[in-house]
Design a protein around this ligand. Structure first.
Ligand SMILES: Nc1nc2c(c(=O)[nH]1)N[C@H]1C(S)=C(S)[C@@H](COP(=O)(O)O)O[C@H]1N2
Ligand SMILES: [Mo]
Length: 297
């Protein structure tokens, strides 16, 4: 598979020491030294295999089975691709994917991914901070929320003929969540292009929230003053809230969220305890100071 990222890593073109040092700090954090390591020991951050990460997916546009995306997402055309960034921004436009890439600093981020269904993985994403992309468009001072939308192309998405969700898939973040340095737009896995089933060519990754917030194959990003609708909240507001922060103390109405099954651990592997904010509390708890996380689930 072609690695279109190589030229964007800027290994040989970095002249700004601040950027270089910042990148080193983030890489250090990934190894469990602090920044992105959260509460987990480095040993717990052993990434899942490429086969696990790309073979067991949720991408309902291609069917609801865990193996449907790997089987059918190749039907999706991902080139050319552009992202419309609009709403409360200074420079609303259709941004070509290649142009976005050329302006981003891409780095590896090893993150836990915790699905609301109580399974988890560890994924070595390649990506860049969402804040950098939003700053390309120029966020206006009255913006409070960010809305995201997935491609809807029924001819290439056999799952959207089913009304299991309202299409297109939409998601949203508060602006401070979107601007947080842990929030990334992922464009690769294991240093390779992100496969279609994982949300090519670019998808959101918000590691302290349940996986469904991490919307795939994004075509539109809209800055707004009011909280945008989100797919799973629309489908079942009693079970899925806007925030959806990983929280072992607030159970899903139909199952416990206290533990999770790590994919690839084998049939008889014990469940592991789910961590508050998926282990990223040191970095993100401050975003929710004074909020009732049971009410704002
Ligand atoms: N457009 C879209 N994005 C989506 C989904 C989806 O069905 N459609 N599923 C979500 C869910 S429930 C999870 S757990 C993660 C799974 O990401 P992965 O398949 O890369 O592990 O993607 C999220 N993003
Ligand atoms: Mo999920």
């Amino acid at each position: 598979m072609a690695n279109r990222w190589k030229s964007d890593l800027r290994e040989d073109s970095v002249t700004d020491e601040a950027i270089y040092l910042n990148r080193r700090a983030l890489l250090g954090g990934m190894a469990g030294v602090g920044f992105a390591g959260g509460a987990a020991a480095a040993s717990e951050m052993e990434p899942n295999s490429w086969e696990e990460i790309t073979g067991y997916n949720n991408f309902y546009e291609f069917g609801t089975g865990k193996e449907d995306p790997a089987r059918h997402a190749a039907d999706m055309t991902v080139s050319p691709w552009s992202v419309r960034i609009d709403g409360l921004v200074d420079r609303p436009a259709d941004y070509a994917f290649e142009d976005i890439l050329s302006k981003m600093v891409v780095e590896e981020r090893i993150y836990r991914l915790r699905c609301v269904e109580a399974w988890s993985m560890v994924v070595p994403w390649m990506g860049s901070e969402l804040a950098d992309l939003l700053e390309l468009a120029g966020v206006q001072s009255n913006a409070r929320f960010v809305a995201f939308e997935t491609l809807l192309r029924p001819a290439e998405m056999r799952g959207v003929s089913s009304p299991v969700l309202e299409w297109p898939y939409v998601e949203g973040l508060r602006l401070d969540e979107a601007m947080h340095p842990l929030t990334i737009m992922a464009t690769g896995i294991y240093g390779r292009d992100i496969p279609n089933q994982n949300g090519a060519p670019l998808r959101l990754v918000v590691p302290w929230k349940y996986g469904f917030k991490s919307i795939k194959s994004i075509v539109r990003i809209t800055l707004s003053e009011s909280e945008p609708p989100t797919s799973w909240n629309k489908a079942n507001p009693r079970e899925y809230g806007f925030y959806s922060n990983v929280n072992p103390e607030v159970d899903h109405p139909r199952w416990s969220q206290a533990q999770e099954r790590r994919i690839g651990g084998g049939l008889f592997s014990p469940k592991i305890p789910t961590e508050m904010f998926n282990g990223y509390g040191a970095e993100v708890a401050g975003l929710y100071e004074g909020m009732d996380l049971r009410r704002n689930f």
